[in-house]
Design a protein. Structure first.
Lengths: 306, 306
């Protein structure tokens, strides 16, 4: 069996090795994922590269362009809103400025986030259009690895889009997806993002919010929940509000968290990991990675990049 | 008459004053623009704020969200491609990291760019979907102020989209728009972006390319043209390839260039301005602005921003 060749996975493996966890074990997970990812019969594009647009193999930004085209197709199908594409582009720029790799700071946050999810009583993974489009499979795999519930919660809510997203998550393998019949509200939010379920988001103690808006992150923190955000911008309100801010590309972040969740550990070790973490310091480390990248770029140490 | 209140214009006025040009004169230009911008009868959204979505007046990112919604509407109407939204988001992040204002480096590049356009024999302003959506009016005003031709040139070229864009530019006030009947090719480009007109892009000596892709910028430089790029990413291939790289939000950049073009000057003065400019140094200055912004942000000197 050939190793997966997607860039995110390769980078991930390196950073994971750097964290001192057995590479062989992790490689096994990656390969398993690659097999699951090719499951036949997905209605939309659960498989990684299912595009109607040809992108030259030698294009310097091929990986990023493939994701772009996939997101554009999700908009066409009504699973994502057009403005979700702008939000993605914004994130892309921060990824670019961190070298399109998992930084040491991000890996640290991912380890802590996995510990929180594993130690939680009622963990929930929140899914919106962007998150589903980027990597539904890995969201589901993390939910399985951590015993988390999945709930769809979107800003531009329509019944049709909720149904499309819930159906899509189920087609990608999620056994149960909450959010379709909300019976509770997140206090202090006027938008439809407030709508949630009492057994999911409302009752959760630890909640993962990939690709988030600042308002809701703040409202969830006010509810005394542990909020884990995946947000490429280390300076965003979401990043500053969250308990743990992962400034990393979502697919890479999830793969690392799955690795940590499945790795050998116990509750006490995880509590240690949690207690040693400072989100503020970690954000500062992310920002310094960007500053270093920029300095290297103008010092001629990096090649030019489009 | 009330002064225009859009954020970009305010910022622009301040930076322009800083450049030592009479503020009163410039204020007049801004006011004229504000009037022209409200011309009745535009088919799409020539007017600045013509949206179907309500954004709360107190939202911290209101200006940026208004532009986002407008671009999304352009995609719906077929003038922009969905992936153009991602490119916009990417630019937005760099704007955010430069404090959403015209930096000293950008203003310097804008002054040089205006000088190049004014001294050119056959200046051309190139327009794509993103540029038209962001500010067709100002593109046209700069063309008038500098005697430049306007040519539409797009990556995802279809006859329908070309017609939509050309019609849109005409409805916004452009007397003549090239690009609909290409009779020449930019050498070395395999995509449809190569298609151009012999009287416009092909014959130009100075060409302004707002919101550009790196391939074409490089091809135009190979044709020995003076290439002026408006690109928020100072590290992009376009920025590195261009003769003058303006790392600024397009609407602000155009307003500044219009101010410089209409200001008192002569050919010799403009040649001086041109000869003193180093694009490499200027890009380094832009990058340092971002580095400073990041440092301030983690030093607690900036307020948090979502």
């Amino acid at each position: 069996m050939k190793a997966p060749t997607a860039k995110g996975q390769r980078t991930h493996k390196n950073t994971f090795q750097a964290a001192g966890t057995p590479a062989a074990y992790f490689s096994f997970i990656l390969h398993s994922y690659a097999i699951i990812g090719r499951r036949i019969g997905n209605k939309y594009v659960c498989r990684r590269h299912s595009l109607s647009v040809d992108i030259p193999k030698d294009h310097p930004r091929r990986d990023s362009l493939i994701v772009r085209e996939r997101l554009a197709e999700f908009v066409k199908k009504g699973l994502m809103t057009p403005t979700g594409l702008i939000a993605h582009g914004r994130g892309e720029a921060f990824d670019y400025l961190m070298g399109e790799r998992t930084t040491a700071a991000a890996l640290n946050a991912e380890r802590v986030a996995a510990a929180y999810l594993m130690n939680a009583k009622r963990p929930v993974i929140c899914v919106n259009g962007n998150a589903a489009a980027l990597n539904a499979k890995r969201l589901i795999e993390l939910a399985e690895a951590t015993g988390s519930k999945i709930e769809v919660n979107i800003f531009h809510r329509t019944e049709e889009r909720m149904k499309l997203l819930i159906d899509y998550m189920k087609e990608c393998g999620a056994p149960n997806v909450l959010g379709g019949d909300p019976d509770a509200r997140i206090p202090g939010l006027s938008s439809d993002r407030a709508l949630c379920t009492s057994e999911g988001i409302f009752a959760s103690d630890v909640i993962l919010v990939p690709i988030e808006d600042g308002d809701r992150a703040e409202a969830l923190v006010r509810m005394k929940k542990t909020v884990i955000a995946i947000d490429l911008n280390p300076l965003s309100r979401t990043s500053r509000m969250a308990t743990v801010s992962i400034n990393d590309e979502m697919s890479r972040a999830l793969a690392n968290m799955i690795g940590f969740a499945k790795g050998p550990s116990n509750k006490e070790k995880r509590n240690d990991i949690i207690s040693q973490f400072s989100n503020e310091e970690n954000i500062r480390a992310s920002v310094n990675e960007i500053r270093k990248y920029l300095l290297d770029a103008v010092s001629g140490e990096k090649n030019e990049r489009s």
